[in-house]
Design a protein around this ligand. Structure first.
Ligand code: SAM
Length: 275
């Protein structure tokens, strides 16, 4: 008998992946957590029925959350990741030698625990001496840490369940206050095919808080529609003002000095959402 995992991305559309094994299927204090083995994408973390990351395509998203902001900020020493319990963004942050401390704040310790066990390549950086892992609500953490970080990355689930507060105007103001005077913030902001209204509302809210706001995109095949956006807010440094020749070639498979600015060239129907 064949077993398939189907993610309903809208009420009438989804993706389906053939499963070879189920490692974990558990209701945590915050969400339903499934860790499954798929033929096409390898080990897959699913939270509340939504694909979070897979062994095969994880590098796209994690590189694109981390590197544009870290190569825009001239000297990112202290970095915060809100969410990101699988460890992928932390692994990418550690490729920047100037980063002295990377703090991860995920509300659900089970995501961290199971990612270390079943996604070791993605979670490889969580035990690095430069990393501090905190199990807490990111919304609370940023309000308790003013003027503390050079870069803040929000690698949260979609605005449902524990992540609802992470897509609000108040949260972006909290982010602004938790950043230093030339800080940069970036968040994953879903897809323009099924969540255009979210991209529009986040862009509007972030523009009310930050003087520089840029949106970029990447192809993540296992995320809804495959076209994934990121919204960057900056107090001072513009990612489009970066001299590509100053960006080194590092160990990546998607991000590159050539792609740094190219990723901000949006398809017209996405441009129209964020004008
Ligand atoms: N890359 C994925 C995406 O774009 O949907 C996100 C992956 S990461 C595993 C999402 C994490 O956000 C989860 O581990 C979840 O526990 C965490 N999270 C959700 N709400 C949170 C909150 N309020 N504070 C901290 N972490 C939160």
């Amino acid at each position: 008998m064949e077993l398939w995992y189907t993610e309903k991305q809208t009420d009438s559309y989804g993706i389906t992946a053939k499963i070879t094994e189920t490692y974990v299927s558990e209701q945590t204090d915050f969400q339903k957590l499934d860790m499954i083995e798929t033929e096409e994408f390898g080990t897959m973390l699913v939270l509340d029925g939504m694909v979070m990351t897979t062994d095969k395509d994880e590098f796209v998203y994690h590189e694109m959350v981390a590197h544009p902001a870290l190569y825009t900020h001239p000297n990112p020493k202290h970095v915060l990741v809100v969410g990101g319990g699988d460890g992928g963004v932390i692994r990418e942050i550690l490729k920047h030698p100037e980063v002295e401390k990377a703090v991860l704040v995920d509300i659900d310790g089970k995501v961290i625990e199971y990612s270390k066990k079943y996604l070791p390549n993605i979670a490889s950086g969580l035990d690095d001496p430069r990393v501090e892992v905190i199990v807490n609500d990111g919304f609370m953490h940023i309000h308790d840490h003013k003027n503390a970080y050079d870069v803040i990355m929000v690698d949260s689930t979609e605005p449902v369940g524990p992540a609802v507060n992470l897509f609000t105007r108040g949260f972006y103001q909290g982010i602004y206050d938790a950043l230093k005077e030339d800080g940069i913030f970036v968040a994953q902001t879903d897809n323009p095919w099924f969540k255009a209204d979210l991209i529009e509302s986040v862009n509007r809210d972030v523009k009310e808080v930050f003087p520089i706001v840029r949106v970029y995109w990447a192809n993540v095949p296992t995320y809804p529609s495959g076209l994934w956006t990121f919204t960057l807010g900056s107090k001072k440094h513009d990612p489009l003002a970066v001299n590509e020749s100053s960006i080194p070639e590092i160990d990546t498979k998607y991000y590159s000095p050539r792609l740094h600015k190219a990723a901000f060239a949006l398809p017209k129907f996405v441009e129209d959402l964020v004008k």
